[in-house]
Write a protein that binds this ligand. Sequence first.
Ligand SMILES: Cc1ncc(COP(=O)(O)O)c(C=O)c1O
Length: 365
Amino acid sequence: MKDQNSLQEAFRQVAYPVIGHGKSNLQILMDSLKDMDGNIVSDRYGKGQVIEEFQEKIADYLGKETAVFFPSGTMAQQIALRIWCDERGINKVAYHPLCHLEIHEQDGLKELHKIETLLLADENRIIQLEDVCGIKGDVACLLLELPQRELGGKSPDFHTLELISKYCLEKGIKLHLDGARLFEALPYYQKSASEICALFDSVYVSFYKGIGGIAGAILAGDNLFTEKSKIWKRRYGGDLISLYPYIVSANYYFNQRINKMTTYYEGAKELAAQINNCPLVNTEPSQPVSNMFHIYFGEPREIIEPILVEVYEATGVGITGNLIDKNGKCCCEVWIGDRYEHIPKEKLEAAFQMLGEKLQEYTFL
Ligand SMILES: Cc1ncc(COP(=O)(O)O)c(C=O)c1O
């Protein structure tokens, strides 16, 4: 029986990987530098044309007063929550149990800032207005993640966001947006970034996910907030002498891809519909609300892996290199970028036809 490595290996070798923009290699940086003037002066400790122009451009795009470029979203968001806790004199924040801070940051917020957390909703659903209205006791800030990555990108509708924002304003709770994939969710909302960000006191966006740069984040808000965030960026060691390789690539790919988010979203909906036609497989959400979704297979990883390897080898189409065990079955994440539109439709159809047949064969064994 093939193991996880052979799934990864088979995925590496397919002619048509479904996920992402392209290979993760140095070409990403090289392409972003190719038309740049070598005489442009490096940014220096957060100052200089390269960093300041980009910060202004993204602040404008998000409809916020100012913005600060950070090396990572992890750093930016811990700092944002610390600032709101200090401002409110309350050492507690609320967020979803599957948000990045809770499950991917080694408890940075709690270890570094001694900030307590209140978990809202549960691992199977996103935060709704009732969860927010049901908060007992004081919290300085509520963090919402749009779209919620660990739930396949599920997101509250715009009206719910408006109601949550209004409630938080009334109660003096600061509202922070984890917008790691905000750009990717805009076509679903049919709203501009600034219309969504206007509902939040502070916003973080990423430049290496749907945008496809190397790394880097922007934290945006009002002047007072961003000035405080610069002090914390220095304390965190995030005020690198120069950040321009990240900024130049962020800017280059932002320009290239920001208007392609609808194409990615439409691709995700089309692909999810095709997958939902296969027996023993379904997507979450059933209709994607961004460029991403999760695929749930109705059998354990040991069964699904060899079937996927067979499909990849026979059709040249690869869905994922990684299956995650889930409640005795398995799942994977799919996100659509530049690659998807270049896959011939008949190749995709052949792959899903074969996947369906193989899964059906298995159920009749
Ligand atoms: C939802 C979400 N928030 C925050 C982050 C942190 O971003 P970074 O990798 O830049 O620290 C990520 C990264 O995957 C993320 O998915």
